[in-house]
Design a protein around this ligand. Structure first.
Ligand code: NAD
Ligand code: TYD
Length: 342
């Protein structure tokens, strides 16, 4: 291979954020070879990557990040220079139903990748983390990189654990680790268990829109393309050992999101159904991205109103994509979850 081309191991690249990252950068960045390792859990979908089939700087392997033999094989075969770890179990509600897979993939799987990164002395390891590791805010204040880790759910606790282990590999082994902590993402290819796609698809099918509690929980929404650009910026320019918050200063409560979606689709607010609250439900997330702005020059670009309208349009034009998901396992999960909730 051309010596000027660097190889990046992307884990979890068939999921929502990983596939958006690959669709965005594989065609643009021919100076990188992207190797995607994904287990293809319920959330992984090769349809998300159909546009990359003929790209010569991309290849896919189906496999588990916990399989150290496979990870080490890929490190050697592709002479990996960098790792971006997107792979995770990512849904809070599922982690409440059962935490085992979350600990297995998010904690033990991350450890396998860190060990391989150490063994092969790679030049950058980027751990894709979340603002949820900081826990919940009251009505004021923002999360900075120095906020304490106070995760509420098994999901966020597993992500916080992974962050701590990643940090220890920097301090103990001098592994060049960066951690990114981003707020809630939205955009194309998001699995319809998360708020925005779930509400769009239920509304399109004239099904009830289940709003947890009073609907006043606040999330800080960012378009997935802004997150992808931030990740590439941190990969290339982030200082080893540092953590970077990523957000677009766009706080919205859930009810506002749901009503906006109904409005965009011309559907009635009567579809809203208030259901029992999520246990341990974090009230508010809000990111202070000042460090990433100042030190790396990254800033979010997508304006929320347009980003959300485009996302609704994407789900309208891609009924086949989510229709196939609904036919597979989603309805089973939906029934299981809401059967217990009301
Ligand atoms: P997702 O659930 O859509 O995708 C996860 C991907 O990881 C899937 O393709 C799945 O098949 C793969 N995967 C799961 N277990 C694996 C394993 N053991 N080995 C290999 N692959 C495995 O998740 P997402 O929303 O794209 O999130 C990606 C990352 O970004 C996660 O680490 C998540 O914690 C983080 N994050 C997400 C958000 C958000 O709003 N979605 C915000 C901040 C951070
Ligand atoms: P979610 O998309 O699961 O992301 P996270 O919990 O990781 O922030 O949920 C976003 C918000 O929407 C959260 O406050 C929970 C709420 N929510 C509902 O009210 N109804 C739903 O059906 C879902 C999935 C989420």
């Amino acid at each position: 291979m051309d010596n000027n081309i660097k190889s990046i191991l992307i884990t979890g690249g068939a999921g929502f954020i990983g596939s958006n990252f690959l669709n965005y950068f594989v065609p643009k960045r021919k100076d990188y070879f992207f190797i995607n390792l994904d287990k293809l859990t319920y959330a992984g979908n090769l349809e998300n990557l159909a546009n990359l089939e003929n790209q010569e700087n991309y290849s896919f392997y189906k496999g588990d990040i916990i399989n150290s033999e496979l990870v080490n094989y890929l490190m050697a075969k592709h002479d990996i220079n960098m790792i971006i770890n997107f792979a995770a179990e990512s849904h809070v509600d599922r982690s409440i139903l059962g935490s085992e897979e979350f600990i297995r993939t998010n904690v033990l799987g991350t450890n396998v990748l860190l060990e391989a990164a150490k063994k092969y002395r790679i030049e950058k390891y980027l751990q894709v983390s979340t603002d949820e590791v900081y826990g919940s805010l009251g009505s004021t204040g923002l999360f900075t990189e120095l906020s304490p880790l106070e995760p509420s759910s098994p999901y966020s606790a597993s992500k916080a654990s992974a962050d701590l282990i990643a940090g220890s590999y920097f301090r103990t082994h001098k592994l060049p680790v960066c951690i990114t902590r981003c707020s809630n993402n939205y955009g194309p290819y998001q699995f319809p268990e998360k708020l925005i796609p779930l509400m769009i698809i239920n509304a399109l099918n004239d099904r009830k829109l289940p709003v947890y509690g009073d609907g006043m929980n606040v999330r800080d929404w960012i378009h997935v393309d802004d997150h992808s650009r931030a990740i590439m910026t941190v990969l290339e320019n982030g200082v080893p050992g540092e953590t970077y918050n990523i957000g677009s200063s766009n706080e919205q409560n859930n009810l506002f999101i749901v009503k906006t979606i109904l409005n965009l689709l011309g559907k009635s607010e009567n579809l809203i159904e208030y259901v029992k609250d999520r246990p341990g439900h974090d009230r508010r997330y809000a990111i202070d991205p000042a460090k990433t702005h100042k030190e790396l020059g990254w800033k979010a670009e997508v304006e929320f109103e347009k980003g959300l309208a485009d996302t609704v349009k994407w789900y309208l034009s891609n009924r086949g994509w989510w229709g196939r998901i609904l036919n597979n396992e989603y309805l089973l999960y939906y029934n299981q979850q809401y059967g217990n909730r009301n």
